[in-house]
Ligand binder design. Structure first.
Ligand SMILES: O=C(O)C1=C[C@@H](OP(=O)(O)O)[C@@H](O)[C@H](O)C1
Ligand SMILES: C=C(OP(=O)(O)O)C(=O)O
Length: 445
């Protein structure tokens, strides 16, 4: 691996992927553990927390808001230690804007966290985050009584003006988004009355599963979450399981490299997060999971994946997209190697992530001479089972960590010429040790 400034050259792996690996802590659960502990009274004890740029954005934000964070780096690269929250006193008025970096989760969840307090806080982020829509969160929070300035603006920077007079609402979200659902439920914890969020298809439910650990009872069903306010939040202990979204890159690599057979240990097996396993199975991959325990109410266990000689295309229905929303880029690379057409239905939300991921998939696959196109909101990929990476390909992650890893994988599994990936360093947003973990699994005979 040869580094040229911001771009790296990645050659095909020298052998199959074999053996076991542990992936770093789940990003969604790590954000929530940091944010919820900051809201609670007392000192929460956290372990297995992901150390990545996005989670550090949440840590810095809660420190600016008055929480005391004592997380230390452990030998396995995770963060562990205590967070003492602001509790019933509420967050402190920060003296500067809060920079949420590249993290949509940090910015949107903070809006719900700040809404029930008398404070004025400006939230901002990097260029990518400043392009992402925020009205999806501000609309329901305004209905609850909060204000955002400039009024009606869809993008950061935005000033959150909270109020202690927040009212619970019944909100029928037009999008299946855990960030929207969570922001509204977190505001609902300190609002008067019941807050109910329903969504068109079920999004990840970590908030509904984790709030009870902090003493807040929730009602949760498929596509629905609710809390009764006002409630008190108390410190607790959280051990964060491994991130299935990171595991997906290793699973897809194993499915594509001849002779591979790997186990990924201590991964969250939350059904709302492992849609990618079902899609790999539908494509013919021998992929299985075994539940070994649970971290709180989050199931965790081992994922096993083997090389698949005869991958075939499949169809992913719109109501399943939320269960694999961050995995569509890497699954598209698998689809590019499969016989026949794969269709991901209803992928319009992908256009609103760190980059327009629909455009990024189509553009990146076209460099591999693979046809991908949109018809309405459905993404089609016409695979080529004989795909070999042509000479001289330069992929551009455009600063999107999921593409940095997807296009690196294109080179690693490509069985052809090396590829260059511009902006590879954005892996630090969610999976800083991605390349080391892949390399630790390679067996050279
Ligand atoms: O709640 C979360 O932790 C997340 C929810 C998803 O976003 P949406 O809920 O906006 O789809 C996902 O894409 C993001 O990586 C993390
Ligand atoms: C979309 C993502 O994260 P966020 O929305 O928190 O920026 C992601 O991790 O792929």
């Amino acid at each position: 691996m040869d580094t040229h400034g911001n771009s790296i050259t990645i050659a095909a792996l020298e052998g199959p992927l074999m053996g076991s690996v542990r992936v770093p802590g789940d990003k969604s659960i790590s954000h929530r553990a940091v944010l919820f502990s900051a809201m609670a009274q007392g000192t929460s004890r956290l372990s297995g927390v992901l150390d990545s740029d996005d989670v550090r954005s949440s840590v810095r934000a809660v420190q600016q808001l008055g929480a005391s964070v004592n997380l230390e780096k452990m030998a396995d690269g995770s963060l562990a230690g205590g967070i003492t929250g602001w509790g019933p006193a509420g967050p402190k008025q920060p003296d500067a804007p809060i920079d949420c970096g590249n993290s949509g989760t940090t910015s949107r969840l903070l809006m719900g966290i700040l809404a029930p307090w008398e404070c004025k806080v400006t939230l901002t982020g990097d260029d990518s985050l400043q392009r992402r829509p925020m009205r999806r969160v501000t609309t329901p929070l305004v209905r609850m009584g909060a204000r955002f300035y400039p009024e009606d603006k869809d993008t950061l920077p935005l000033e959150v003006c909270g109020t202690k007079g927040l009212r619970g609402i019944e909100y029928d979200s037009p999008v299946a988004s855990a960030q929207v659902k969570t922001a509204v439920l977190l505001a609902g914890v300190f609002a008067q009355g019941t807050t109910v969020v329903t969504e068109p298809s079920p999004s990840r439910n970590h908030t509904e599963l984790m709030l009870p650990l902090y003493g807040v009872s929730t009602t949760a069903a498929s596509g629905m979450g609710s809390v009764e306010g006002p409630a008190a939040m108390h410190a607790c202990e959280i051990d964060v399981p491994g991130d299935p979204s990171s595991a997906a890159f290793l699973a897809c690599a194993a499915a594509l490299v001849p002779g591979s057979a790997i186990q990924i240990e201590n991964v969250s097996l939350n059904p709302a997060r492992i849609g990618f396993l079902r899609t790999l199975e539908q494509m013919g991959v021998d992929a299985s999971r075994r539940s070994v325990g649970s971290a709180g109410k989050e199931l965790s266990g081992i994922i096993s994946v083997q090389y698949c000689e005869k991958l075939h295309g499949c169809e992913v229905p719109a109501e399943k997209i939320a269960s694999l929303v961050d995995e569509v880029p890497v699954l598209s690379l698998v689809a590019a190697h499969a016989r026949g057409v794969t269709v991901f239905r209803g992928v319009e939300e992908l256009r609103l992530k760190e980059t327009d991921r629909v455009a990024g998939i189509i553009e990146g696959l076209s460099l591999l001479d693979v046809n991908a196109w949109m018809d309405g909101n459905d993404l089609y990929i016409e695979g080529n089972p004989d795909l070999k990476v042509p000479e001289g390909i330069v992929f551009d992650s455009k600063g999107d960590h999921r593409f940095a890893m997807t296009w690196a994988l294109a080179g690693l599994v490509g069985g052809g010429a090396p590829v260059q990936v511009r902006g590879f360093e954005s892996v630090s947003v969610s999976y800083p040790g991605f390349m080391e973990d892949i390399r630790s699994l390679v067996r050279v005979s």
